[in-house]
Design a protein. Structure first.
Length: 661
């Protein structure tokens, strides 16, 4: 029976995910729909048993672990105005509004069957959540994470994720009788404070040393087992302390995030998290009784429209109060107006504690499911909605486009310069010296005003928008140059440029090699990393001064550029690098000695196939002699030193493959 149940869940999940992938919708929505269809209230293929729900809780455990793993105090400090301003206001005011509605129903309208204040608190917490997984995924696909509204959305979602931690502690305490409520709440908070203090203070020291010990064994299986043991062990501790499984998992993630094994752990835990989280969404869908939804359709629509409309108006108002323009505020509010996965967690918890009546849970659950299904469409049409209801932005956009079109109308075979900072201005002067016309786009009004007054061909406009590039004469341009260091915006420029004129050359400036491959893969004709060009100039001047013939120096520089800076990419990491340096996608060099007894001895590089995990062998040092760019047929010997290049997580996997016994 257990095997049949597993097969039904897997088969239905695969079918649902494939269908929603074909429709370009998030797979989580597929899991929800699958749960509705195969659940006890529809086809009845899977019973809503205690064992199924308990297994699904592990999905929440690994989701909270991942959030703890990504938790970063420096990032929180840098976004504190958005996180605690926008995010705090949205969560707190939403919960207060639901609690106020419950108070009015009970004390003003004398509805004895209405929800209690503790139940309203739990319901408010559930309705305050938005979908981190769906919203961030869609924003990333649309290249909007680094936009003004994208940054605000990320900040609010970050506060929501953090707010779940105390809510998971408080909600179970609310199930006590009113006369014991405050004592139970105080006791729960005290336990949480003591346990978290002990784990975070003492656990950090112990965990780091334990992981060092495990990592020295050079066993990937042992490392994964320890990660699972730590995650589930801390979840077990907090559950038996009367708190929740998810709280312990969050602490485990926070502890590991402060170690150097963070990337490896994140990669190892991802399969468990995704599969179990999918199962969690299936079980949430199984809770929905479609008969109740049909019978209470009016209440379902009311529960859908009122919270969604309130959250939209609330985020819109707070964003405007904190200085956002109307268009930005609308784009921020639309994705956050709908429900999220942690709302289901809190609603499920409140239902299990019998804080909320079953019929109310069905109504709210149906409304939350419908709102999550609407999230992709709200994000897709957010730009049109913002322009439709933001008259000032529409007028400003129209005037800006008219100005750009007027400036570029008489130009032909010109260069569009995206960004008019120092690099853009230097390029413009070089073009002017060669009598090549250009149109520069910049978002700094002061710079645009002064440069235009001096006679430069620069206008205010966002080069990352299709209509701006078209107005700048994209179809008639000879080239586009992105002179600012923003890979996310550059990717959009490349996409729109090739959409309008596929053969148009696009040259992109970057700081280093972090996004070089991504930009080249997107279609950039040339990518110019400042660090590499500076290194080439420094090296060429040094070689010439040391007597190396100029022709040979020029050939070296040309070879480096022709190979897309391959010979310069990656360097040995040092202790002076910032703590979050690896998070930015920088490649590193790493030396791995082939110890006696390693499984790699006697195997060729082709057989080991380190390229499959993202690592490249740049050199092999054997008996004091270094051989660069070894062939795939090179056979490793005991005592060799293999020099690898790649991202930190790929280097860890490659080292484990080389040294496994």
């Amino acid at each position: 029976m257990a095997l049949e149940l597993t097969l039904v869940l897997l088969a239905a999940s695969v079918a649902g995910v494939v269908l929603f992938r074909l429709l370009n919708l998030p797979p989580m929505l597929g899991y929800l729909v699958v749960g509705i269809l195969i659940g006890p209230h529809a086809l009845g293929l899977v019973p809503d048993s205690k064992e199924t729900r308990y297994l699904a809780e592990f999905g929440v455990v690994f989701l909270m672990f991942s959030i703890g793993l990504e938790f970063s105090l420096p990032r929180l400090r840098s976004m504190r105005r958005i996180v605690f301003g926008l995010g705090g206001a949205q969560v707190i005011l939403t919960m207060l509004a639901v609690m106020a509605a419950g108070f009015v129903l009970v004390h003003v309208l004398a509805r004895a069957d209405a929800i209690t204040l503790p139940a309203a608190f739990a319901l408010g917490g559930a309705l305050a959540m938005s979908s981190t997984a769906i919203v961030l995924k869609l924003l990333a696909e649309r290249l909007e994470l680094e936009t003004e509204h994208g940054k605000r959305i990320v900040g609010i979602l970050l506060f929501q994720d953090l707010a779940v931690v105390p809510l998971l502690v408080i909600v179970p305490a609310l199930a006590n009788e009113p006369e014991h409520l405050y004592a139970a709440l105080g006791w729960a908070l005290l336990k949480a404070t003591v346990i978290l203090t002990v784990l975070l203070v003492g656990g950090q020291w112990l965990l780091r040393r334990w992981l060092h010990l495990v990592a020295r064994r050079r066993s990937h299986e042992l490392f994964i087992l320890n990660v699972l043991l730590i995650t589930l062990g801390l979840a077990w501790i907090t559950e038996h302390a009367g708190l929740s499984l998810a709280l312990g998992a969050f602490v485990a993630g926070m502890l590991i995030s402060e170690t150097e094994y963070r990337h490896q752990v994140e990669e190892d835990i991802k399969p468990f998290r995704d599969v179990l989280l999918g199962l969690f969404f299936v079980t949430i869908g199984m809770l929905l009784n479609l008969n109740v939804v049909v019978e209470q359709f009016g209440w379902v629509m009311l529960a859908l429209l009122v919270p969604t409309g309130f959250k939209f108006a609330l985020v819109l108002g707070v964003a405007r109060a904190l200085g956002a323009g109307m268009g930005t505020a609308i784009r921020t509010a639309l994705p956050l107006a709908t429900a999220g996965e942690f709302g289901f967690v809190l609603l499920n918890q409140a239902g299990g504690l019998q804080l909320l009546p079953p019929h109310l849970i069905q109504i709210v659950l149906a409304a939350m499911l419908l709102s999550m299904l609407a999230t992709p469409f709200l994000i897709q049409y957010s730009e049109r909605i913002a322009l439709r209801f933001s008259g000032s932005e529409w007028l400003a956009r129209s005037l800006a486009l008219t100005t750009i079109a007027t400036r570029s109308m008489a130009t032909e075979r010109h260069v569009i310069i995206a960004g008019y900072g120092r690099s853009g201005q230097h390029l413009a002067r070089m073009l002017a010296q060669e009598n090549i016309s250009y149109v520069a786009l910049d978002l700094d009004p002061d710079r645009v005003r002064e440069a235009a007054a001096a006679g430069d061909s620069v206008v205010y406009g966002d080069a990352a928008r299709r209509e701006t590039l078209v107005a700048a004469g994209l179809a008639r341009a000879a080239a586009v140059v992105v002179s600012y260091n923003d890979a996310h915006s550059a990717l959009k420029v490349i996409h729109f440029a090739h959409e309008v004129k596929p053969t148009l050359p696009v040259i992109v400036r970057t700081q280093d090699d972090a996004d070089l491959d991504k930009l080249l893969a997107a279609g950039a004709t040339e990518v110019v990393p400042e660090v590499f060009e500076g290194s080439l100039m420094l090296g060429s001047h040094a070689l010439v001064l040391l007597g190396v013939p100029l022709g040979r120096v020029v050939r070296r520089v040309r070879e480096a550029r022709d190979s897309r800076y391959r010979l310069l990419r990656g360097y040995f990491h040092g202790a002076d690098e910032p703590a979050d340096f690896d998070d930015e996608g920088h490649e590193r060099l790493h030396s791995v000695p082939v110890d006696p007894g390693s499984a790699a001895i006697g195997q060729s590089l082709r057989t080991i196939d380190l390229g499959a995990i993202g690592a490249e062998v740049t050199a092999i040092r054997r008996r004091g002699i270094r051989g660069a760019d070894p062939s795939d047929d090179t056979v490793l010997q005991e005592g060799d030193v293999v020099v690898l290049r790649g991202l930190p997580e790929a280097l860890e996997l490659a080292e484990g493959r080389l040294l496994q016994r």
